[in-house]
Write a new protein. Structure first.
Length: 127
């Protein structure tokens, strides 16, 4: 196998948009998942570095990594598709600390009542 050793990637059309190779690792998505919830059970449709999603109750999920993060200071972003009867938001659960191996999600309506959504999509950035 060949190996390429560089410090900077240069854009041939515009030298002002060169990228330091040291920045590439920290800017990549470290994990993501797209999952549907059927009869209260989450099922992964597609993923990268996500081993499973645990159903912790109505509108409560834990996303488990295949390979742990280096620390628990990562960023999680996500969106959800609501059911017809609820306006679902998806967010980190305020009462469960994220760890290097997993993070906990809350899906619920505008009045903070947990409710399963039809599907959810999350992405993780960090080291």
């Amino acid at each position: 196998m060949s190996q390429l050793n560089v410090n900077t990637l240069n854009n041939a059309a515009d030298s002002g948009s060169d990228i330091s190779v040291s920045n590439l690792g920290s800017s990549q998505c470290r994990a993501w998942a797209s999952f549907t919830i059927t009869a209260g059970t989450p099922a992964i449709d597609d993923e990268f570095n996500v081993s499973s999603i645990t159903d912790d109750g109505n509108g409560l999920y834990t996303v488990n990594f295949t390979s742990n993060m280096n620390d628990a200071d990562y960023c999680v972003v996500g969106t959800s598709k609501p059911t017809s009867s609820y306006l679902n938001n998806i967010m980190l659960r305020w009462n469960v600390a994220q760890t290097t191996s997993a993070f906990a999600l809350f899906a619920g309506s505008y009045n903070t009542i947990p409710a399963d959504c039809l599907e959810a999509h999350v992405a993780v950035f960090g080291s």
